[in-house]
Design a protein. Structure first.
Length: 140
């Protein structure tokens, strides 16, 4: 299977609870390698641009509010079938539906404050990586 890259965000609910190491450990234990990482506080413009696909959804305003409520850690993850591997270890969007052993089952507070973001296709992964990282910031 091909080694690919995906994009991850450790969300404000996790940075607030000092869980960036614990979340990253679960990603690494799932076979993913962190090849780029930075802690940032997203601006409203950055968050609105990142979530532009959701701008007609009823939760868009709250989502932007939440994602700018504190620092996040943006990461590029590399591994075999990285996008799907990451989605599997993240678990379902709503932690009430997430499987045992997943990041969201373990740590998420709610459907919104759900600890991690992960790209949902290889195509979106490339777009999201380029939104936050310059090529030279990614070291495989
Ligand atoms: P993500 O994009 O963060 O990896 O999560 P996802 O694919 O599992 O979920 P998605 O449908 O793309 O929704 C993006 C994020 O919006 C928040 N959300 N809130 N209040 C709500 O009903 C609701 N639904 C989604 C979550 O933070 C979700 O991760
Ligand atoms: Mg999504």
């Amino acid at each position: 299977m091909a080694v690919t890259r995906t994009f991850s965000i450790i969300k404000p609910d996790a940075t607030r609870r000092n869980l960036t190491g614990a979340v990253t450990k679960m990603l690494e234990d799932a076979g993913l390698r962190v090849v780029a990482s930075k802690r940032i506080h997203m601006t409203r413009e950055q968050a609105e641009g990142f979530y532009a696909v959701h701008k007609e959804r009823p939760f868009f305003g709250e989502l932007v509010e939440f994602m700018t409520s504190g620092p996040v850690v943006v990461q590029v993850l590399e591994g075999e079938n990285a996008m799907q591997r990451n989605r599997d270890v993240m678990g379902a969007t709503n932690p009430a539906d997430a499987a045992e052993g997943t990041i969201r089952k373990t740590f998420a507070e709610s459907i919104e404050a759900n600890t991690v973001h992960g790209s949902d296709s290889d195509e979106n992964a490339a777009i999201e990586i380029a939104y936050f990282f310059k090529p030279e910031e990614i070291v495989g």
